[in-house]
Design a binder for this molecule. Structure first.
Ligand code: DGJ
Length: 704
């Protein structure tokens, strides 16, 4: 392989082949797609036609382009030495036996390529990593300054991807806003650039750092490609299609609008990881490939104990939290089968509404005269794990923290600090502030028997940076890295504590967070139909085993039509079921019904967490279904229907499971019939609506 200057990476079901350009100025992509039975593939070459008025490098599918090496096309790296011109060109410095350094650990293989710039003062390393357990290729770069002068990186993206799709492409992405997160969007791109990102210092509510591209012509072969950025700070991702060269490029990395990286002598910057995946089963297959990957990462454990059925107090009590009230709710939560009881916002001093208290993480002495320990004990005695909400990056103007450390909040010099939701943002990028959060969490988690922590973050960051810090324009990077560092501390020092990530709903959800926390809270919208739409988008890129979802009494902000309580439960059962309803108002019969539904969920939870997901239609359709295939050849299907006034002469609703084996027969629980997998998949199975008039959960078990 080395002689060919070509390297083939093999994932579970795909191959990714790259080679070094003659002249050693960079790597190009030769193949990304189906597994190849041979090692060496035809190398990329210029299109077989005369294309004038552009440089060779501008058309080449370079793995990572640098302004200066690439001439006029978009580049992932822009180096500024302060000399009045920008850019750098690079030469490969072969290492290892193959020209690349090979790092092998269990089932993970990493390749590293080293380059030096034309002044021999900068070093760039490109990394590619694959595993035999999934189809995702992980890529990142590092840049080091060995020169005597500081260097600025105006842009230092993580990777450029060149999915080999010809002609017009369809771009699928997720856009949103508070309470409307993860709305699936798509556009057809024949020429030009589509760009999305966040300048909010967090992943953001507006876009999710993940995209899927496939041929716009649905009859075209070749499958679909997903690209994501594993990063929870400000970011950018762009899809560029060039008409003349028929070139498609997806580039992503940390934000290059407000962020600048400074490399002083001896310093190295390592980018976040960008991951890419190919699936021959189109965009739906890409979703399943992401789930497979996410199951292999941190939230690696699918053990229900890491993803318990939570009762959360927020919708029931808001800021009105005290020992007696929470205890009364906890007793009811235990009756319906909750496995964890989490006290949300409002438990600490000065938090009577959203104007105060943030930063002073001591239990309110009036509401909890003996601290949190008595409630934690009582909750444990009821058989549940006890949890609390925190927002460590938030600072109320009226807090002791702010009075003691007014300089620890983000504030641009000469401009008055801005509040949003009456709060400032703690400058977590500052070492002493990060250390303070670390200590605060240690103190809190050892103050009572706390087994669950919900980490919230309720505003975008503005005015980042700090006077005098040469790295001040990296504040979003510093902030994010310290956030990760503290999450890792939680894993190490409190391995049994379950962590839920939240940011005013789904404002900080990405593949990096999913590798560090157990669950995420996708949205504050719990109205069942709106929620279903949010979850539909969420599941296109993120996994059910991390998707917190509560049953509440909320009507929904956009689609308010009434649904059954079974419908509400079924929506939440498509992920990590939780309950947020005010159970104090539920009658005994309602509590008993809830208990029955919780038990049903427990019986199918392993399938929901571990199964391949097939979404049937969209939540706006008259009938919409979500299918979870289990590893034992069966499946369970949630069917949601809009006909809340079912009449017998209406044509019967059928579902066609997509994951069943044609050669097996299945017993359908709920309908109490036996069908062949072939018939079920083609003709379909009538939905009995045994659970309720507008929803059903059908379980298909193979008959032996
Ligand atoms: C926003 C979260 O998304 C909610 O679940 C809740 O925790 C509130 N913050 C509390 O302020």
């Amino acid at each position: 392989m080395a002689k060919q200057r070509q390297w083939a990476l093999t994932t579970k079901r795909s191959s990714y082949v790259i080679s070094m350009l003659d002249g050693d100025q960079g790597l190009v992509l030769d193949h990304w797609g189906a597994s190849l039975p041979y090692d060496v593939v035809t190398r990329w070459d210029e299109p077989d036609r005369s294309v004038q008025y552009r440089f060779f490098e501008d058309a080449a599918p370079m793995e990572y382009a640098s302004m200066g090496a690439r001439q006029t096309a978009f580049s992932e790296l822009v180096v500024d030495r302060g000399s009045g011109s920008v850019g750098a060109s690079w030469t490969w410095v072969p290492a290892g036996t193959d020209g690349a350094t090979l790092i092998e650990a269990e089932d993970v293989t990493t390749l590293r390529f080293d380059f030096t710039d034309e002044t021999a003062t900068l070093e760039m390393r490109q990394y590619l990593e694959v595993s035999t357990h999934h189809d995702v290729i992980r890529r990142w770069v590092s840049v080091s300054n060995h020169g005597a002068e500081p260097v600025t990186l105006d842009r230092v993206f993580s990777a450029g991807w060149s999915p080999p799709i010809h002609g017009t492409v369809r771009v699928h992405y997720l856009a949103g806003a508070w309470s409307q997160e993860f709305q699936p969007q798509d556009l057809v791109l024949s020429s030009g650039t589509f760009m999305m990102g966040s300048r909010a210092g967090v992943t953001g509510l507006s876009f999710s750092p993940t995209v899927c591209v496939e041929p716009a012509d649905s009859a075209a072969a070749g499958g679909a490609y997903g690209v994501s950025l594993e990063w929870s700070g400000s970011w950018r991702l762009q899809v560029e299609k060039d008409l003349v060269d028929d070139r498609l490029r997806v580039s992503c990395g940390i934000d290059d609008d407000a962020t600048r990286i400074t490399l002083l002598t001896g310093e190295t910057f390592t980018s976040p990881t960008s991951s890419g995946v190919w699936s021959e089963d189109g965009s739906d297959g890409v979703s399943r490939s992401w789930h497979e990957y996410q199951r292999c990462r941190r939230a690696a454990s699918l053990d229900p104990r890491r993803h318990p059925i939570v009762y959360n107090s927020w919708f029931a009590t808001g800021f009105g939290v005290d020992l007696e009230g929470q205890l009364a709710l906890a007793r009811r939560a235990a009756r319906v089968g909750a496995e964890a009881f989490v006290v949300d916002d409002g438990w600490f001093s000065g938090r009577n509404d959203d104007t105060g208290g943030l930063g002073d993480w001591e239990p309110d002495p009036t509401a909890f005269p003996a601290g949190l320990a008595p409630l934690a004990c009582a909750v444990r005695d009821l058989g549940m794990c006890f949890g609390v909400w925190v927002e460590p990056e938030a600072v109320s103007p009226d807090s002791r923290l702010f009075r003691d450390h007014p300089d620890w909040i983000y504030q641009a010099a000469h401009r008055p600090p801005r509040t949003l939701r009456h709060q400032y943002v703690l400058d977590l990028g500052r070492a002493e502030a990060a250390e303070w959060v670390d200590h605060m969490l240690h103190r809190l988690l050892t103050s009572a028997d706390i087994g669950y922590l919900k980490w919230d973050m309720n505003r975008p960051i503005s005015d980042g940076g700090r006077p005098g810090d040469l790295h001040g324009r990296e504040w979003s990077v510093q902030h994010t890295r310290n956030y990760y560092r503290i999450l890792r501390m939680l894993r190490a020092d409190f391995p049994d504590v379950i962590v839920e990530g939240c940011a005013a709903g789904g404002g900080r959800i990405d593949n990096a967070v999913l590798s560090l926390v157990d669950n995420v809270w996708p949205s504050d919208e719990t109205g069942p139909r709106d929620r279903l739409a949010i979850q539909h988008g969420f599941l296109s890129a993120y996994p059910p085993h991390a998707m917190s979802s509560w049953v509440t009494d909320e009507p929904g902000m956009r689609q308010r039509c009434a649904v059954s309580v079974e419908f509400r439960f079924a929506v939440a059962m498509c992920g990590v079921l939780g309950i947020g309803a005010d159970l104090s108002g539920w009658a005994d019969a309602q509590l008993a019904r809830a208990r029955h539904l919780v038990d049903l969920y427990r019986s199918i939870r392993p399938t929901v967490f571990g199964g391949a997901v097939f979404r049937h239609g969209t939540p706006g359709d008259t009938t919409y279904a979500v299918e979870f295939a289990d590893t034992g050849d069966g499946c369970c299907i949630f069917v949601f229907d809009r006909d809340s006034d079912r009449v017998t002469d209406r044509p019967r609703v059928r579902v066609r499971p997509r994951s069943l084996r044609a050669d097996l027969r299945y017993r359908v629980h709920g309908g109490d019939i036996v069908v062949s997998g072939a018939e079920a998949g083609s003709v379909g199975v009538p939905v009995p609506f045994a659970l309720a008039r507008d929803v059903d959960v059908m379980i298909f078990d193979p008959v032996t």
